[in-house]
Design a protein around this ligand. Sequence first.
Ligand code: CA
Length: 437
Amino acid sequence: MELNHTHDACRRSWLDSANASGCDFPLQNLPLGIFRRTGSGEAWRGGVAIGDQILDLAALHDTGCLRDLAAEATRAAAAPTLNALLDLGPSAWRALRHGVFALLEAGGVHERQVRGTLVPQAAAEFAVPVRIGDYTDFYTSLDHAVNCCRQFGLEVNPNFDWLPVAYHGRVSSIGVSGQQVYRPMGQYRPDPGGAPVHGPCQRLDYELEVGAVIGIGNERGTPIPLARAQQHIFGLCLLNDWSARDIQAWEMQPLGPFLAKNFATTLSPWIVTLEALLPYRASWTRAPERPQPLDYLRSAQNEAAGAFDIQLGVSIRSARQLAQDLQPRTLTRTSFRHQHWTLGQMIAHHTMGGCNLQGGDLLGSGTISGPSPGEAGALIELTVSGTQPVDIGNGEQRGFLEDGDTVVFRGWCERQDYARIGFGVNHATVLPAPTCA
Ligand code: CA
């Protein structure tokens, strides 16, 4: 994939809201999601975000404005999940992007017909955009690992420099932005030396992550080499890996996360395609004093452009802030470019043993924390396990999350001479623990 006219910052849409300064969804972005009009009972179908509107791909297909491969891609994307579009492969994803770009650009000859297919984002509800087969969550921020280990007087495990650590996660509880998240019940030990108790989690946390949607998988027994790994990604979204810290501390002895992570994961509704993200790739380097990766996790291309400079922000909006119409303070600002491993390296390692990825699989990047104190991607780091609560904007303090809190992630890319593109918002709200019958 190479930069092309769809990345040209000078191109404008005939839709005014797409040209507004600070808009997440200008002509150069064109992310895909699954939507319907709120409360309508309509069929779920694919859409493309443009300005404050959604281009309805089912309606667009019916207009006949697109031809050939772009038309085939539109028909596939008109379904209730994007999986059929993923199956068509990169040439179809590209044809769809380029076809939609031409239709939405100022001067597009079918403006009147295309206008008739727009649905306001404010009038829509969203679904998880792909039928996810498998979900793997990584642990790839060295800053996150160091911050967490330091609290417990531990060193980061030696394997951290050598392989992208991960566990296989839970798909059934993955939801889309707007998800209501019940505070999980579980076992934990209030007294680290005593017996465990059973009750609502007391240390509920979020993890700021980027989600990668696999577009094209691999045959079992045929690993994906690092050189081709990025070609297997359809696009990226924002991912909240909800985490129950007290349950996690007790149950992760000796295996990985279980009830501490399986109750909910929240995705942003829009998947920003890899082609849209091309201008914002970044170099990836390792501090020279740390071990360098083994050969299969190393390539010049990965070092030149294997990372993505995605700007990220986190805030918590309490029930009181919502009731008083107060906006929360941004607690964290960081970038995805700081990760210790790239998405390409995660894919190359994931498949190295012969495991087959499939279109629609989801990879979580692991918590994204940067090198300075204001860049912590989870409360356990930001508040030092709750011992140093933070002001969320109106004087309310948080060590961990309270019922009624809404966790809000934002993500966007900016680079000189290129358009600003955004991921939209990933927000989800904590509900009290369910009562057992
Ligand atoms: Ca995680």
